[in-house]
Design a protein around this ligand. Structure first.
Ligand code: NAD
Ligand code: UDP
Length: 336
């Protein structure tokens, strides 16, 4: 297939591009490099022996997208492009709504005008909000507690309405749980700008000596050891979930939300202790008050992904952390 991958030089996009190239698909990436680097392209080439076409453009730029769809006859689009930092979204909400929501609407309009109506969209478990109990399943009510989450929810709702209005659309809305890990080669991985917000990049930067100490946000939750529990999923399993979704798009009627998670919960302390064992590094930490907006436990019911896509996460926590550590220790400054 010939595929357009928006945000394809980013963390999840680059791992998905690798899997798609390995399967022989033709890939065009569009990315504005707001949170990624062209160095990713040469790393992808080293891993796969193949080069995706790269177009440096913004998904908000209608005429750039129009040119792209005129030049290439795409079979489908995987839409990763977006801003993703929850904290930042509280500070600059208009940028998030513009980039994520307006950018997505522009993309969907250009797709429709060129008759490309197959889409895999990067959604998030954040759309389950604060009021559902894990395991979270796709029938549960959705809500959002910050502008980033609102953008994911708004785009999902736009896609449900779009699919209702025109039966030619086939859309998989993939709700990711907590992607971690890196490609086994150690050549590509997560490369956050500045001080990381998410647990794994923070822990790995402490392990590699870039940050002095982890702060654990609360040890008084109603969980096995009092620290927060999440469903961590290896980024390569996540990438393979996109491959399966793409292969099953013809069997999807309208817009289908699909959880991509392992179905297992892991606490912050389990992550820290496993990281310490695997890396052989000390991970000093302080227990500090809970982070505003955090909930105790989040994990997926992944049965729709299993039944509809024939997909299941295969890589365990040790592998997620080994691969994170290989990436971080080989590339202490990311792609710089
Ligand atoms: P990332 O920041 O590494 O990748 C996103 C890519 O999109 C970047 O390369 C960035 O430069 C690009 N981009 C942003 N705005 C753009 C625009 N207007 N035009 C063109 N390119 C643009 O993030 P990621 O972790 O790979 O996430 C990919 C998608 O998955 C995002 O939509 C994110 O919201 C979603 N998601 C991520 C997580 C996570 O924990 N990483 C969890 C749930 C959902
Ligand atoms: N967490 C933490 N210290 C950090 C970052 C995260 O204790 O520096 C905890 C957080 O409270 C949550 C878990 O780690 O329980 C995962 O947080 P992350 O931000 O990675 O994912 P999210 O909460 O968005 O699912």
């Amino acid at each position: 297939m010939k595929l357009l991958i928006t945000g394809g030089t980013g963390y999840i996009g680059s791992h998905t591009v690798v899997e798609l190239l390995n399967l022989g698909h033709t890939i065009v990436i569009v990315d504005n490099l707001a949170n990624s680097s062209t160095e990713v392209l040469s790393r992808i080439e080293t891993i796969t022996g193949k080069s995706p076409t790269f177009v440096h453009a913004d998904i908000c730029d209608r005429s750039a997208l129009d040119c792209l769809f005129t030049e290439h006859r795409f079979d489908a689009v995987i839409h990763f492009a977006g801003l993703k930092a929850v904290g930042e979204s509280n500070d600059i909400p208009l940028s998030y709504y513009h980039n994520n929501v307006s950018g997505s609407i522009t993309l969907f309009e250009v797709m429709a005008s060129h008759g490309v109506k197959k889409l895999v969209f990067s959604s998030s478990a954040t759309v389950y909000g604060e009021n559902n109990c894990s395991p979270l399943d796709e029938s549960m009510p959705t809500s959002a507690t910050n502008p980033y989450g609102q953008t994911k929810l708004m785009i999902e709702n736009i896609l449900f309405d779009l699919a209702k209005s025109d039966a030619d659309w086939s859309i998989a809305c993939l709700r990711y749980f907590n992607p971690i890990g890196a490609h086994q080669s150690g050549l590509i991985g997560e490369n956050p700008n500045g001080i990381p917000n998410n647990l794994l990049p923070y822990v790995s930067q402490v392990a590699v000596g870039k940050l002095p100490k982890l702060q654990i946000f609360g040890d008084d939750y109603d969980t096995q050891d009092g620290t927060g529990v999440r469903d961590y999923i290896h980024v390569v399993d996540l990438a393979l979930g996109h491959v399966k979704a793409l292969e099953q798009l013809d069997n999807i009627d309208g817009c289908q939300p699909i959880n991509l998670g392992t179905g297992n919960g892991t606490s912050v302390l389990e992550i820290v202790n496993t990281f310490k064992d695997i890396s052989g590094q000390d991970i000093p930490y302080d227990i500090v008050p809970r982070r505003v907006g955090d909930i105790a436990t989040v994990f997926a019911d992944a049965s729709i992904a299993n039944n509809l896509l024939g997909w299941q996460a295969k890589r365990d926590l040790a592998m997620m952390i080994e691969d994170t550590w290989r990436w971080q220790s080989n590339n202490p400054n990311g792609f710089a």
